[in-house]
Design a protein. Structure first.
Length: 202
């Protein structure tokens, strides 16, 4: 896990979080030896939303190039036991919404994903998780921003846009360390180069 002293300069103070354009930085560490199915799911929102036909989940994702594998993103868990990861849904690039998918296009840059979640229609969301599904031992870092459910009529329900997450706790895990760092950071600093180096290492 990245020591807190290394990221303090990037953390937006709670009192001013609403004034800044922020995203969420999440860091989790796989501490197990290779050879198993390892994961960590971290809840950031517990809003109940009834899914309708034509609904689409939209969010932006940035993965650190140093991650052992290019995995990350969002899962939806519903009250009836259904989940986005097991729904068979794919994004607008044809990549599965399951956390085990490789997202090369998000490594070192922002990737905007749009996922048709009509397969969950009539289910009600219980919580939204950021998932870590990397089986390799090591540290995984990802950034999440601008998460909405877009209706067929063009309206949108905000799930995460700015500041602190509504919920901030580990949901379930296997093989990862007990804690997951989840803090808002300045969006403008999340880009390859000196700004990102300072965000992680300053």
């Amino acid at each position: 896990m990245i020591p807190a002293s290394l990221i303090l300069s990037a953390i937006v103070p709670f009192a001013s979080a609403h004034d800044d354009d922020t995203c969420l930085l999440l860091v989790a560490k796989n501490i197990s030896n290779p050879g198993g199915n390892f994961y960590l799911y971290h809840i950031i929102q517990d809003r109940e939303i009834k899914i309708q036909p034509g609904d689409r989940l939209k969010y932006e994702l940035f993965l650190m190039p140093s991650n052992p594998s290019a995995k990350g993103g969002i899962d939806i868990l519903c009250g009836d036991g259904k989940s986005l990861r097991d729904s068979g849904a794919v994004d607008d690039g044809g990549i599965r919404a399951h956390g085990d998918s490789i997202l090369t296009n998000a490594s070192g840059k922002w990737l905007a994903r749009t996922i048709d979640i009509s397969s969950l229609k009539d289910s009600t969301t219980q919580h939204f998780d950021v998932h870590f599904e990397g089986d390799e031992k090591g540290e995984f870092i990802q950034f999440i921003d601008n998460m909405v459910i877009e209706r067929a009529d063009g309206s949108a329900i905000v799930v995460y846009e700015n500041g602190q997450p509504k919920v901030n706790r580990v949901d379930w895990k296997n093989g990862y360390s007990e804690n997951c760092l989840c803090v808002p950071v300045l969006r403008e600093k999340v880009k390859i180069g000196s700004e990102l180096d300072a965000l992680i290492n300053d």
